[in-house]
Write a protein that binds this ligand. Structure first.
Ligand code: MF3
Ligand code: CO
Ligand code: CO
Length: 331
């Protein structure tokens, strides 16, 4: 009578000195351990990972010579500058109105192309051409070495997803984050889009996240501390059983993409800078269905939820007025 040995390694492997899973009677370390390790390496972590997987990133796109570039466009490093004022002159704000409007236009054009089957790299082509058409430079391109003209963050990707060869699938959600450099200033905005038909929980996430942005903007009032914004956002997220990402904040913006001014989207008592008319900054809450903790991919950019739950985001650039806020990133 012949013995029937198992052919496939089980999901949970034996300890080194346990009998091998194959039924040979030998210790695992003397039998299949070596072969199993080789198989596992062949499959690699990518094939075992759940959720969004990195695709292939295409070569860097060029920007025509007539387009005005920010200081980091060639080197990847913004030049050090003295601490900039949070309040902008009327002249800078006037230019930011035009940059904001152009950013919103690029977002509208790129968002209209979202559908199942399109790759995020194809969305990068559409956005890249739209920036140039409007006379602007894609602010993210080579910003600290970032390789593309927008961020595309799918499902559990929180932010800074890099456009690549992955095709969007029916049921995905995708945030498109657009920043333009036009007339020497930046305009920064983002929105989360549905790809085909999405599940009700994702619909709820996206709706609540949009409401979080609206409530955050409604909390902008001269004379009040920056912390009012995060308090309003966090309250609404918590009420809906969702969490607020803590690692990434809104930021001062103007002649530079990111200034030292930070806008937390959760309540942070230390965010006690008083809002003043003429201050320009972004509000850009990232809201998760699960926990707030994040992990980073080894591309150095892509941030994903640690628990794999979906995350959504909306963003506007605004200026503080005598009454409240004026949104600059509108068409
Ligand atoms: N647009 C993002 C923001 O809202 C920043 C992207 S920077 C990049 O601040 F380098 F990741 F593109
Ligand atoms: Co942005
Ligand atoms: Co921003």
């Amino acid at each position: 009578m012949t013995t029937q040995f198992a052919r496939q390694a089980p999901a949970v492997l034996p300890g080194p000195n346990d009998p091998c899973w194959c039924g040979s009677g030998s210790k695992y370390k003397k039998c299949h351990r070596g072969a199993d390790a080789v198989e596992a390496r062949k499959k690699g972590p990518e094939t075992q990972r759940r959720g969004v997987r990195p695709g292939i990133v295409s070569p860097r796109r060029s920007v025509p010579a007539h387009i005005r570039r920010p200081d980091y466009a060639e080197t990847g490093r913004p030049t050090r500058s003295p601490t900039l004022p949070d309040v902008q002159s009327a002249e800078v704000i006037e230019r930011m109105r035009r940059a904001g409007k152009a950013a919103a236009k690029v977002l509208e054009i790129t968002g209209a192309a979202v559908r199942p089957g399109i790759t995020t790299d194809e969305l990068d082509v559409i956005a890249h051409e739209a920036y140039i058409q409007l006379g602007g430079y894609p602010s993210t391109l080579n910003y600290h070495g970032y390789p593309k003209s927008l961020c595309t963050s799918v499902n559990e990707v929180i932010c800074h997803g890099i456009p690549d060869s992955r095709a969007l699938e029916d049921g995905d959600i995708v945030n498109l984050d657009i920043t333009i450099f036009l007339e020497g200033v930046h305009g920064d905005c983002s929105a989360t889009f549905f790809v085909g038909k999405v599940d009700p929980e994702s619909e709820r996430l996206v709706r609540v996240t949009r409401e979080c942005l609206e409530l955050g903007i409604a909390a902008v009032k001269p004379g009040r501390p920056i912390s009012d914004i995060g308090r309003a956002i966090e309250q609404h997220a918590a009420k809906n059983g969702m969490s607020v990402v803590r690692a990434y904040c809104g930021h001062g913006i103007g002649e530079r993409f990111h200034t030292s001014l930070q806008i937390p989207h959760y309540y942070e008592a230390d965010a006690n800078t008083i809002m003043k008319p003429g201050m320009t900054f972004t509000v850009e809450p990232m809201i998760n269905l699960g926990h707030w903790q994040h992990r980073s991919w080894d591309d150095g950019w892509t941030a994903v939820t640690a628990d794999g739950s979906r995350s959504a985001q909306f963003e506007h650039t605004l200026v503080v007025t005598e009454q409240g806020a004026e949104i600059l990133t509108v068409t």
